[in-house]
Design a protein around this ligand. Structure first.
Ligand code: ARG
Length: 460
């Protein structure tokens, strides 16, 4: 009865699956991406069965060779998916049986697709984390390449999108470097928890054949062995964590994209994108659109959506494995693909972005130095609250006269506070203002060089 079908679970009954139900149940169209992890896991499991004396040395060799032959077909793109290949696990075992013969039937001894899929998915996610981390490092390198020549390029810094205080272009770029640095750290942390071995959990209750799980973990590059077989087959925290890391990277990329879209407008004119990363309009000949950044901003939506999919999928599941979990693959695959492409495009767009220092300087306004006026008074013994008040009156006075703060006369300054001296004019120098913010983390060229030195280590 069972031999006429490749369906692994045939044997229980003879019922034919409804054609639509069969398609509904299948994951092969997407979990085919797990082929490499699945074969690695199976080779390691065959060796573990050998160590446990459940397979002879010759059987281990036959299975290993067979699995390598299957891998070669996937690599060469010649693997022929068959109608009954329900998922990647079934497909690999079916092909292994065709290549290696009946010994293939021994591979699944003590193993279930439940601990198998959990193992494969973790291996896949570990690889995905490494790939996304590499993409983040490229983006960081591109931001550092922007920052390095611009430690003294002064521009307006914003709060509430209102001109606030002078900063430098390097300081702006480095702000995103540290966002991405935290993303790298978060991914490394998630990877540590992902690298916990579920194999040997069986269907849910554990492995009855004294499999050496520590040796299996070592063989497959896992750092720890899962402590509980029920948790082993039902835990998908690693999927949710990776989806979260991806969503937050998406949010960071989206914020960077939004800044650059603004800065590239004719109104700001701080930066301009290379032709290679801009598109034109089919109607308006003058248009040069920052599509690379708009798509980056847009793609953050699906990254957030993928996280929502995974969390919503998991929230009502009873212990242990439930078929719902099959739905945890596509969101993660999409997160990986979306981030791989987006990070590469962002790195390319940043590397080819040109900075218009003149436009940045032109957008500075002496009122942005009113905090410096208050600080001037503080250095002369005025309590900050009072100093802030006096500086505010200076701004109001200049405003009332329709003049810039810089145009106030010494007599006007001294009427506001006798602590003002003739050296107040020296204050109206943006480079001086920037250089004064020299505590670590500040926007002074010295503090920025210190940041760049530290950030470089992220790439080492
Ligand atoms: N394709 C399934 C998945 O991705 C494999 C596990 C199936 N296990 C089972 N007991 N039906 O979740």
């Amino acid at each position: 009865m069972a031999t006429s079908s490749n369906l692994l679970w045939v044997g229980r009954g003879s019922g034919e699956l409804d054609a639509l139900m069969k398609r509904f149940n299948e994951s092969m169209p997407f979990d085919i991406r797990l082929w490499e992890a699945d074969i690695r896991g199976s080779i390691a499991y065959a060796r573990a069965l050998g160590r446990a004396k459940l397979l002879t040395r010759a059987e281990v060799t036959a299975l290993t060779r067979g699995l390598e032959a299957v891998a070669a077909e996937f690599r060469a793109n010649t693997f022929a998916v068959q109608d009954d290949d329900e998922d990647i696990h079934t497909a690999v075992e079916r092909r292994l049986r065709e290549i290696a013969g009946p010994v293939a039937g021994k591979l699944h001894t003590g193993r279930s697709r439940n601990d198998q899929v959990a193992t494969d998915h973790r291996l896949f996610c570990m690889g995905a984390i490494d790939q996304i981390s590499a993409g983040l490092r490229e983006a960081i390198a591109a931001l550092l390449a922007q920052a390095e020549p611009h430690v003294k390029t002064v521009m307006p810094g914003y709060t509430h999108l209102q001109r606030a205080q002078p900063i430098t272009w390097a300081q702006f770029c480095l702000a995103y470097v540290w966002q991405f640095a935290r993303d790298l750290d978060r991914l490394a942390d998630a990877r540590r928890r992902t690298a916990s071995l579920p194999l040997g959990s069986g269907a849910l209750a554990g492995n009855p054949f004294a499999i050496d799980r520590a040796a299996l973990a070592e063989d497959l590059g896992f750092e720890t062995v899962g402590e509980n077989s029920l948790d082993g087959v039902s835990d998908r925290d690693f999927v949710a964590e990776l989806a979260f890391c991806g969503a937050l990277i998406g949010v960071h990329l989206s914020r960077l994209a939004e800044d650059l879209v603004l800065y590239a407008t004719s109104e700001f004119g701080f930066v301009s994108f290379a032709e290679a990363y801009s598109t034109g309009s089919s109607l308006m000949p003058q248009k040069k659109n920052p599509d690379a950044m708009e798509l980056t901003r847009g793609k953050s939506g699906r990254l957030v959506g993928n996280l929502m999919s995974v969390l919503t999928l998991l929230k009502g599941l009873p212990m242990t494995y439930d078929k719902d979990m099959q739905e945890d693959k596509e969101p993660i695959f999409d997160t990986l693909d979306t981030l791989t492409m987006t990070l590469a495009v962002v790195a390319g767009a940043l590397r080819t972005l040109t900075v218009n220092a003149g436009r940045m300087r032109g957008a500075l306004d002496p009122a942005m130095l009113s905090t410096d006026v208050a600080e001037y008074l503080v250095r002369r013994g005025v309590p900050f609250r009072e100093a802030h008040h006096i500086a505010g009156r200076a701004v109001a006075l200049a405003d009332g006269k329709g003049e810039s703060l810089r145009a106030l006369t010494l007599a006007e300054w001294r009427a506001l506070s006798p602590r003002f001296g003739a050296d107040i004019v020296d204050l109206f120098n943006y480079a001086r203002s920037v250089a004064s913010r020299d505590a670590s983390g500040g926007t002074s060229p010295r503090a920025i060089r210190e940041q760049i030195r530290k950030a470089r280590k992220l790439l080492a």
